[in-house]
Design a protein around this ligand. Structure first.
Ligand SMILES: NC(=O)N[C@@H](CC(=O)O)C(=O)O
Ligand SMILES: [Zn+2]
Ligand SMILES: [Zn+2]
Length: 338
């Protein structure tokens, strides 16, 4: 097979930032029809009015069909969330445990404080997206996702069985198994977690452009993610978590967390699916399972990938910004047809 035509994909987890960075990166996601836009700006997108204003900035910057989210805080007003969803301003609400990741300081510390808003979301059918890591300093960074499942997610699911959940950027066998054990829960998987493991990040030198959160795990976890993504299982779908940081913030003594994959995510994915002998299931992962989870119809138009070495720039630059692309470190066998 030398070409592959699939329905146009969507990105169910994308960071576009704001200001000059937004202007630089928004057009880089144009192969995706729709994308869930993460709300972890500084300050975060907390109210329906802020989400509507951010949506307009995203569209003006060149991404036409953003699906907006609200950043859940302990002070979030349940009525505002429900109204923003009812009015079509937001698609979901995002929960960051405070301190878990980039710009998460306003996130949730005490989960009891958000029970009323979660109950209101459950009643109104507002989906919740989760960054699934505990933040305790005494928990090893490689164990933080697995601990989140038993300490936070299992009780949360039991308390709100009808709350629509998406566990974002799953990185472990434990998370894959947890999702499979909970029908109706969705899970996004990133390109970097399919392509790489912690050896790629740390062996023979520390590679900052592989550093994201949740952190890359060992190869056995990578294998579990590959099996989930390429197996056609409806609960798993693409969320690139493309998370641009300025090159100087990545190549720094304290590197920011996030991999920038939006421009070349689809060829990288095709490479992974071919390695797994599953090119025929790329469309399910990238274009079908996500809309089904969120209750949308898949896109009508298609994109075509073609065999051939992928070339991509080291960086994209503009508006006074520079962002370095994620480079898997080996040739990639697919590209987008002209
Ligand atoms: N994934 C990351 O490493 N970083 C994301 C935040 C997130 O999705 O956790 C970011 O906003 O930079
Ligand atoms: Zn996250
Ligand atoms: Zn993210």
């Amino acid at each position: 097979m030398d070409t592959l035509t699939i329905r146009r994909p969507d990105d169910w987890h994308l960071h576009l930032r704001d200001g000059d960075m937004l202007r630089l990166v928004a057009p880089q996601s144009r192969l995706f029809a729709r994308a869930i836009i993460m709300p972890n700006l500084v300050p975060p997108v907390v109210t329906g009015a802020e989400a509507a204003a951010y949506r307009d900035r995203v569209i003006a910057a060149g991404f036409a069909r953003p699906l907006m989210t609200l950043y859940l805080t302990e002070d979030t007003d349940p009525a505002d969330v429900v109204a923003a969803h009812r009015d079509g301003i937001i698609t979901a609400v995002k929960l960051y445990p405070a301190g878990a990741t980039t710009n998460s300081a306003s996130g949730v510390r005490d989960f009891d404080k958000v029970r009323p808003v979660l109950a209101a979301m459950e009643a109104a059918g507002v989906p919740l997206c989760l960054h699934g890591e505990v933040t305790d300093r005494d928990i090893d960074i490689f164990d933080r996702e697995a601990r989140f499942l038993d300490r936070i997610l299992t009780p949360l699911r039991a308390a709100h069985p009808n709350l629509k959940l998406t566990l974002e950027h799953v990185t472990t066998t434990e998370a894959v198994d947890w999702v499979r054990a909970h029908p109706g829960v969705g899970a996004t998987i990133t390109v970097q977690h399919l392509m790489a493991n912690r050896n790629d990040m740390l062996a023979g030198g520390m590679r900052p452009h592989f550093y994201c959160l949740p952190i890359l795990k060992r190869d056995t976890h990578q294998a579990s993610l590959r099996a989930a993504a390429t197996g056609g299982e409806a609960q798993f779908f693409l969320g690139t978590d493309s998370a641009p940081h300025p090159t100087h913030a990545k190549e720094s003594s304290c590197c920011s967390a996030g991999c920038f994959t939006a421009p070349h995510a689809l060829p990288l994915l095709a490479h992974v699916f071919e390695e797994e002998g599953a090119l025929g299931l790329l469309e399910a992962f990238a274009s079908l399972n996500g809309p089904a989870h969120y209750g949308f119809t898949p896109n009508d138009d298609t994109i075509t990938l073609t065999r051939g070495p992928l070339t991509f720039p080291d960086k994209i630059e503009g508006y006074g910004q520079s962002v370095t692309l994620f480079d898997p470190g080996h040739p990639v066998n697919w590209r987008i047809a002209d």
